[in-house]
Design a protein around this ligand. Structure first.
Ligand SMILES: *Cc1c(COP(=O)(O)O)cnc(C)c1O
Length: 466
């Protein structure tokens, strides 16, 4: 055998990854490299690049799913190549989306007498844009009929100040005035005593939130509906409700089926949810539904070709993979009502356990105890001698890998800093016990810590010297 350069090149495929030439170099960062890299090495290098940014399952800041069953993940990987918008090329996929819309309509009690409509989206943000646009166009038709001067003022949207940022985006992008009803320590959700004071003829709609992002608390949509009903009786101008159920839409129907917040209420005309929150799908998939086609103005609908015919669609995006929609359908088939209920109930048990354990440490006041959405929110008790803050506690917890955000509450309450833990299906009771243990250790360390000040330019004997 004659060994030479040729054999060496061949041998590259059996080189140990960490002994390869590419591993000896920095990754190309802001310009394409000239040369190719073997796939197994590229895989390892890119994966390693992401190694120190934390484990998503220990990220207690996010509502988004961080676990799916291997079969679901496999199915989604198998279908990454399908484009959700190509309805005629992938008619079966289109049918799965249609089935999901129907199942959700049923969960949200769409009435058999009306013609509900709905679509998948990339998440609740796109869903809220679509819901908001429909409200704006619908309002404009009504306002024109009523002879309102549309140039006099901007149309407005009424929502509590606990809104998620997508509503601010919606208002900026579509030139709408955002009317915030401040949440206060008395009302940690939409203030029903004052909400109707914000409504006038230029109001395109009121948004109720089923699960405020900050605290997980529910707006009282049932009472809001009553107020709207009374308003609509008194006025020619009619106002309707959109429910932002990003988190609650696929949680509440399973664990609090008696809570009335959905299409059972006459003035709720549209609802959105995130499939990737308590719908248990990896990001990004969302859903938006209208109770009847009359609330979805025709100019917002575009037709795409479908099996020689046409299919109405409404979306901001065009091409994207259908695998998330397929993942949603998998979950619906796999878990059924009972499965979702069992998972969510257990998730809520964990949230309640955590809120109790956190209260028992004696250092915190609980702001949200997980009895609405499984969110635990707490702030430090007043203690003038304490030398650390919730930001320090976040740092300590991060040393064990837990990511727990500390942030101020929305406007009006923005002097209050809280920690928020979002409990998800993949945070089991045993993990929760570990978290509490790590929290207790962190508290002990912080409570015993003392700052040592050294004057900057002193030269002194310090500690053990020879
Ligand atoms: C998360 C959330 C959104 C945005 O949802 P995405 O699916 O992340 O786009 C909107 N509204 C509320 C209340 C939320 O909690």
């Amino acid at each position: 055998m004659i060994y030479g350069r040729k054999n060496r090149e061949k041998a590259a495929c059996i080189e140990p990854i960490f002994g390869s030439q590419n591993e000896d170099q920095d990754l190309p960062k802001y310009r394409l490299a000239q040369h190719t890299v073997a796939p197994r090495i590229a895989y390892q290098m890119v994966k390693d690049e992401l190694l120190d940014e934390g484990t998503s399952r220990l990220n207690l800041a996010t509502f988004c799913q961080t676990y799916m069953e291997p079969e679901a993940a496999q199915l989604m990987a198998d279908t990454l190549d399908k484009n959700a918008i190509d309805k005629s090329e992938y008619p079966r996929t289109a049918e799965l989306e249609n089935r999901c819309v129907n199942m959700i309509a049923d969960l949200w009690h769409a009435s058999g007498k009306e013609k509900f409509m709905g679509t998948s989206t990339i998440g609740s943000s796109e869903a809220c844009m679509l819901g908001g646009m429909a409200m704006k166009f619908h309002w404009r038709h009504r306002a024109q009929k009523a002879g309102l001067d549309l140039t006099k003022r901007k149309p407005n949207l009424v929502i509590s100040s606990g809104y998620q940022v997508c509503w601010e985006k919606f208002c900026v992008y579509w030139d709408i005035e955002l009317r915030e009803v401040p949440i206060g320590s008395k009302h940690m959700s939409l203030d029903l005593d004052s909400v109707m004071d914000y409504v006038d003829e230029y109001t395109i709609g009121i948004v109720g939130i089923l699960g405020i992002t900050y605290t997980g608390m529910y707006d009282d949509i049932q009472r809001l509906n009553k107020l709207v009903e009374a308003y609509n009786k008194r006025n020619d101008h009619q106002v309707y409700i959109h429910v932002d159920a990003a988190s609650g839409g696929l949680f509440t129907p399973f664990v609090d089926p008696d809570r009335v917040w959905d299409f059972r209420l006459d003035n709720v005309v549209s609802i959105n949810t995130s499939g990737h929150k308590y719908g248990l799908v990896y990001p990004g998939v969302g859903w938006v539904l209208w109770r009847d086609e009359q609330y979805l103005p025709k100019e917002l609908i575009f037709n795409v070709s479908y099996l020689g015919g046409e299919l109405p669609t409404m979306a901001i995006n065009f091409s994207h993979s259908a695998s998330q929609i397929i993942g949603q359908y998998y979950n619906f088939v796999r878990y059924g009502f009972e499965g979702y209920r069992a998972i969510h109930q257990r998730t809520r048990d964990v949230a309640r356990y955590l809120s109790q354990a956190i209260r028992q440490t004696g250092d915190f006041d609980i702001v949200a105890d997980g009895s609405a959405l499984p969110i635990v929110c707490y702030q430090l008790k007043h203690a003038p001698k304490r030398e650390w803050t919730l930001y320090d506690l976040s740092d300590r917890l991060l040393m064990k890998g837990w990511q727990v955000p500390a942030y101020p509450l929305p406007k009006n309450l923005d002097q209050e800093v809280v920690h928020r833990i979002v409990v998800r299906g993949d945070l089991g009771m045993s993990m929760a016990h570990n978290f509490v243990q790590d929290l207790q250790e962190a508290l002990t360390t912080l409570n015993n810590a003392h700052l040592v000040f050294h004057q900057k330019h002193t030269v002194t004997r310090y500690g053990f010297t020879h």
